[in-house]
Design a protein around this ligand. Structure first.
Ligand SMILES: *Cc1c(COP(=O)(O)O)cnc(C)c1O
Length: 399
């Protein structure tokens, strides 16, 4: 039995069967590469699902983790912690938001946003408004509330009864949004690029119109940047591409360089919705996580990773456009923003995904037909060249 087969058998014996895993076990990771149990190297174009934006095993983060672990890890939010304020100030300096709430995941950040919206309407506005409008094709997490907010039926099935007060509206349809909005509506929650929905950017004019409609109706405009946030799309926040100023937005995946952390941002006005004792988390904003995340922010700004994501995303698109031109019909569409890309083959792509894996390239198959690429933002041109060459080779050899 190979080391991989042995591990697979142990996994199946002991771990809840909730994941369709790739036929691969990762032993170690460095930069943009990971190694399997046999020492085979792979270029990692998934980066822990858009998490490891700085690449794997950054020495700067190791240094912070070691130093902060020795000093202070966790004492709870009963206390003031310098690391938390220092991280908050850094993050708030990147946006128009005035306040931040730290938590532990994307779903939790969205839960905080949903709770804030309902409480804001009742306690600040004095209105019985509770409904959250979300879009078809969206993804907002796996807790009962966020899975209900998620506009994809497959994630909700058999979990009924679901919490009330969520309505899915067809994306891109402003009239449908206008019609859905009533006196009961507290907030609209959208993504700038639908990640789990197949890397589908929403139109900037549409998003601005939804924001304007929210302002007109005094409904909170909230953006889920759990995946798009922190340089991934070519701006520090994806909503900055379109000049949006959401009342609330959330982030998680890239925040703490691979450690679990989420955050909800709110304008000073929207933040009035939460007061002492109304929302909390035991682990959220611990000193160790905050120190690491502060370093992540510093590196992102020092190395201009937003600019890099934009440049490398444009470079990758050029490569894919070349493949499409030389191989008519092989690629149906390339879509995305910055280094959040999908190469849609327009037909089932599992064989291409598998052939790439065999050649040492890890990407993520989404919606059956699309290869999703969310690599570390420090990926090089040479890495992208190698991936594009392998992809073209595989597409050429395809029946
Ligand atoms: C991943 C993701 C979530 C859920 O984040 P978790 O940390 O897995 O709870 C929510 N929204 C979006 C847009 C995501 O990509």
């Amino acid at each position: 039995m190979s080391a991989f087969d042995d591990l697979k058998a142990r996994d199946e014996q002991s771990i809840c069967n909730t994941y369709g895993r790739y036929p691969l076990a990762i032993d170690r990771a460095q930069g943009c590469h990971v190694w399997d149990l046999d020492g085979k190297r792979y270029l990692d174009l998934v980066a822990g699902i858009a998490v490891c934006s700085l690449g794997h095993s950054r020495p700067e983060l190791l240094e912070v983790i070691t130093r902060q672990y020795a000093k202070l890890v966790h004492v709870s939010n009963l206390f003031y912690q310098r690391e938390q304020s220092e991280l908050a100030e850094r993050l708030l300096a990147t946006s128009h938001a005035g306040k931040v709430f730290f938590c532990n995941s994307g779903a939790e950040a969205n839960e905080a946003a949903i709770k804030l919206a309902r409480r804001f309407m009742r306690t600040v506005r004095g209105r019985e408004a509770y409904e959250i409008l979300t879009l078809s094709g969206s993804f907002h997490g796996r807790t009962l509330a966020t899975v209900t907010a998620t506009g994809q039926e497959k994630f909700r099935q058999y979990f009924e009864p679901l919490p009330g007060g969520f309505t899915t509206v067809p994306k891109g349809d402003l009239e449908a949004m206008r019609a859905a909005m009533g006196p009961q509506t507290a907030a609209v929650l959208v993504e700038v690029v639908q990640g789990e929905g197949g890397v589908r950017p929403l139109d900037g004019d549409y998003l601005r119109a939804v924001q304007a409609l929210c302002r007109e109706r005094d409904v909170l405009f909230m953006i889920d940047e759990v995946q798009t946030g922190m340089c991934r799309t070519g701006r520090f926040w994806a909503h900055q591409h379109h000049g949006l100023t959401p009342d609330v937005f959330t982030v998680a995946k890239p925040l703490a360089g691979g450690l679990p952390m989420g955050a909800m941002f709110a304008t000073d006005e929207a933040a009035r919705g939460l007061t002492p004792g109304t929302h909390a988390t035991t682990f959220g904003g611990g000193a160790l996580l905050c120190a690491v995340a502060a370093k992540v922010v510093d590196i992102m700004l020092d190395e201009d990773l937003a600019g890099r994501a934009e440049a490398m995303g444009a470079y990758a698109r050029e490569l894919f456009a070349g493949i499409a031109a030389r191989n008519p019909g092989a690629i149906a569409e390339v879509r995305g923003l910055g280094l959040m890309l999908a190469v849609d083959l327009g037909r089932p792509a599992a064989d291409v995904w598998r052939a790439l894996l065999d050649r040492g390239f890890i990407c993520n198959l989404t919606q059956e037909t699309a290869l999703r690429l969310v690599p570390p933002l420090v990926i090089t041109r040479e890495d992208l060249d190698a991936f594009a060459a392998a992809l073209e080779d595989i597409l050429r050899a395809r029946p």
